[in-house]
Design a protein around this ligand. Structure first.
Ligand SMILES: Nc1ncnc2c1ncn2[C@@H]1O[C@H](COP(=O)(O)OP(=O)(O)OP(=O)(O)O)[C@@H](O)[C@H]1O
Length: 304
């Protein structure tokens, strides 16, 4: 079933020139712990992938961009606006869509009423245009047919898609997505990729994820955070290239590999610290083409 699309609100407006978001020396501390330790960053159109270990600072960065958290220091602009003033924060919130990690959804609401409630909070147009917009985003995430279902009766993946529908309301210029594909089945993940890819033809998205395949499939640029610092900023191909000549299929697990794991064929995928010959204790070994995951694993392994 297709939702009505007429009368939908126009994309969030605001200063058009310049990056969609820009940070200089951005810091955020929780007590003595630096969650962000001086981030310099410009976010442009397209999908920017944000990778990093658990606790690296990805959610903190997204929450600062979403004006949900006050950074402790540095300069930040989002959609050309500073979040330091109340008026600036309001304009940013109207122009972005934020899918937080572990979104809280009211269980007794129906899917439609929940998205409509968020649309009211976002002050999206009159009732008719707002309802058209609610139907549009529910349709976009494949939940239009479940619009009358109570949130508590939806599966985990459906709830995640419902939260994504809320983030898409009002055609924001910048989408901030914190682990959006958690719990999605493979079909819905592809649908999600297509949706975000179409969406970012003329807008931007920052996608924090541990699903490296999503980064390879969607992102023109990838950032790696490590202990609150930006340690890599480049294309997925460049990150993959980091592992070139350092990935082996080996008969045995060598002692000094950066990373090694046993595959279903009983052989070991071995990532070596240096581009050199395979480790002598790996037994029979031959080089294999690196993946984005190899590049990321080697890059983070080098940082201890
Ligand atoms: N509310 C909080 N109070 C105290 N410390 C916090 C808080 N939120 C995050 N932290 C700390 O800040 C650091 C960065 O956390 P953050 O959630 O941004 O990491 P992340 O990269 O998103 O991790 P993950 O991949 O596990 O979601 C961690 O050391 C974390 O323990």
């Amino acid at each position: 079933m297709t939702a009505a699309t007429e009368g939908r609100p126009s994309p969030g407006t605001g200063p058009a020139a310049g990056p969609l978001a820009s940070a200089r020396g951005l810091t955020k501390r929780y007590g003595v712990r630096h969650a962000l330790a001086g981030i310099d960053l410009d976010v442009g159109p397209g999908v920017t992938g944000l990778l990093g270990r658990n606790g690296a600072g990805k959610t903190t960065l997204l929450r600062c961009l979403a004006t949900d958290l006050d950074p402790g220091g540095g300069r930040l602009t989002v959609l050309g606006e500073s979040p330091e003033t109340s008026a600036g924060r309001t304009r940013i919130r109207r122009g972005i869509g934020h899918l937080p990690q572990n979104p809280v959804l009211y269980p007794h609401f129906t899917a439609f009423s929940l998205v409509d409630y968020i649309a009211v909070l976002k002050e999206l147009g009159g009732r008719r245009a707002r309802h058209d917009e609610v139907r549009r985003v529910l349709d976009a995430v494949g939940l239009y047919d479940r619009r009358h279902s109570r949130v508590r009766r939806l599966s985990g993946g459906m709830r995640q898609r419902l939260a994504l529908a809320c983030a898409l309301l009002g055609e924001p210029r910048l989408l901030l997505l914190d682990e959006p594909t958690i719990g999605l089945d493979p079909e819905q993940r592809i649908r999600f990729r297509d949706l975000v890819s179409e969406f970012t033809r003329d807008r931007g998205a920052v996608l924090s994820t541990h699903q490296i395949e999503d980064v390879g499939a969607l992102c023109s640029r990838v950032l790696v955070l490590d202990a609150g610092r930006l340690v890599f900023d480049g294309s997925p191909d460049e990150l993959t290239g980091h592992a070139r000549g350092r990935v082996w299929s080996a008969a045995r697990r060598p002692r000094d590999a950066a990373t090694a794991w046993r595959g279903p064929d009983g052989r070991y995928r071995v990532l070596t610290p240096e581009a050199a010959d395979p480790p002598a204790d790996a037994g029979e070994a031959h080089p294999v083409e690196p993946t984005l995951e190899d590049g990321y694993l080697l890059f983070t392994a080098e940082r201890g």
